[in-house]
Design a protein around this ligand. Sequence first.
Ligand code: C2E
Ligand code: CA
Ligand code: CA
Ligand code: CA
Length: 278
Amino acid sequence: YTHKKIMLDKTDLSPLISTSSTSLFTLADLQHAIESHYLIIFYQPQIELRSGKVVGFEALVRLQHPERGMIFPDQFIGLAEQNNLISSITNEVIDLVITDYGLFCEKGIEPNISINISAQDLLDLSLPEQLSTRLANVGIPTGAITFELTESAVLTSISDSLDIMNRLRMKGFALSIDDFGTGHSSLVQLYQAPFTELKIDRSFVMKMLDDDEAMSIVKVCIYLAKELKMETVAEGVETEEIWNKLKELGCDIAQGFYRAKPMSLKACCDWLTTEFNI
Ligand code: C2E
Ligand code: CA
Ligand code: CA
Ligand code: CA
């Protein structure tokens, strides 16, 4: 990942900078960006297929740099993970979500917000207590927050992770297994971990109508989640055909460009007004 090129702005091809020590976008830059509160959250709606209702939003972090423009998470989360900066990002993301939650409430909705967390977040035993206190202080129920974890994050340190996940569940947070099918978790691990939601990876969802194997995996995910009493979320739903098929297969929730891209809070509120009269 260190050798990956960073493209700071899709419209500006000149600063194709690597994350090596000679790059302009260094660890110090990332640190500075976090401290300067350049991180912002875009929200992507999650829609219940059966009812067509918006049930929540996934919080997706971006770095809004005054000179370099919008930088996407794929370009800095890895750097943060390698350099112990992920907890500062997670903390900032939670602060931003807490602020925005108040604004959603002013609009009369109390949405579920899904927040992505990394392997290192699952090493901090104080996290569950800390988070529930922070939310209680501002009156947000823990049940309104889902933490999304990937299989590899859980497997990095399985016994500590399970401990923290169980504590998070006991505090009332929901837990989602993200990018399901792309990692290496076994059924046993899935069964042991207290997940409430299974997110089918978009690589399967996007191909499901053209590729029999992808379709089989989507079906198995839905079946498995039902058996384990977990909700299913399909990510990367880009077309009406895929939307309809997922609905027919009994998938619970869909997220993807077909209905809505990740949006700023303002755009999100406008979208709710246009689409749902909220
Ligand atoms: P993810 O958790 O799998 O998030 C879904 C990604 O799919 C998002 O990319 C989203 O914009 C994109 N997406 C949504 N709908 C569609 C669709 O219909 N088609 C396609 N092709 N893509 C779609 P994004 O926002 O660039 O985030 C990339 C990854 O960065 C996320 O993948 C997640 O792993 C990570 N990430 C984002 N925010 C955070 C954060 O606050 N903390 C941590 N630790 N990681 C984050
Ligand atoms: Ca996610
Ligand atoms: Ca995902
Ligand atoms: Ca992903």
